[in-house]
Design a binder for this molecule. Structure first.
Ligand code: 5GP
Length: 179
């Protein structure tokens, strides 16, 4: 087991790069088969999903599009009010089969926000492809169709996911090494 330091905290290997690659291939194969004769539009949610999206998308053999979206959150005029703004969608969503690519689905709040916007824009279908899913933390009912791996309510870093800005460039996924 490999122990690394990120911002003075020890982390240990949790999901190896080999296991990640296997999950990625399996998911891509499933999507290739489910979307046969379709042209899905993948929407990868930045920042965390950029590495997973790049690996998954290269294994997709369908005619397909990809766009990168970001949810910018800022405070409203009332200080307790948080306003979300979706940036990065330039495509016409109406009638499209959307696959949202997430690094991790935790509470699902991000998904909820995205779903509402995509429904408003009249997407034909909306599915979710996430590398990691924390069912214990999930607060919504949207079906999470494609899951690489289900994990408990733990904090993970690596493979696009950061801890205070560190660790996104790691090939494996790590967890805090508590004594
Ligand atoms: P949600 O909206 O589902 O609660 O959370 C989505 C975002 O929270 C993820 O895209 C990710 O950026 C962040 N997040 C949730 N769990 C973790 C985690 O275990 N580690 C890291 N690094 N980020 C997480």
């Amino acid at each position: 087991m490999e122990i690394i330091q990120l911002n003075n905290k020890p982390f240990k290997t949790y999901i190896s790069s080999i296991e990640i690659a296997e999950s990625c291939t399996k998911m891509a194969n499933q999507i290739n088969s489910d979307y046969k004769n379709k042209r899905p539009l993948f929407l990868a949610v930045l920042n965390g999903s950029f590495i997973f999206a790049a690996d998954l998308f290269r294994k997709i053999n369908l005619p397909s599009d990809i766009s990168f979206v970001k949810i910018a959150s800022y405070s409203g005029t009332n200080s307790t009010e948080k306003i979300n703004n979706l940036i990065g969608i330039n495509e016409n969503i109406e009638g499209r089969d959307i696959i949202i690519i997430e690094d991790i689905v935790d509470t699902g709040n991000t998904l909820h926000y995205l779903f509402e916007i995509l429904k408003e824009k009249k997407a034909n279908t909306i599915q979710i492809a996430t590398l990691l899913f924390k069912p214990e933390a999930y607060k919504w009912n949207y079906p999470v169709q494609y899951v690489g791996k289900t994990i408990p309510n733990v904090f993970v870093v690596g493979y696009g996911l950061d801890y205070d800005g560190f660790g996104r460039n790691l090939n494996s996924i790590y967890i805090l090494n508590e004594k």
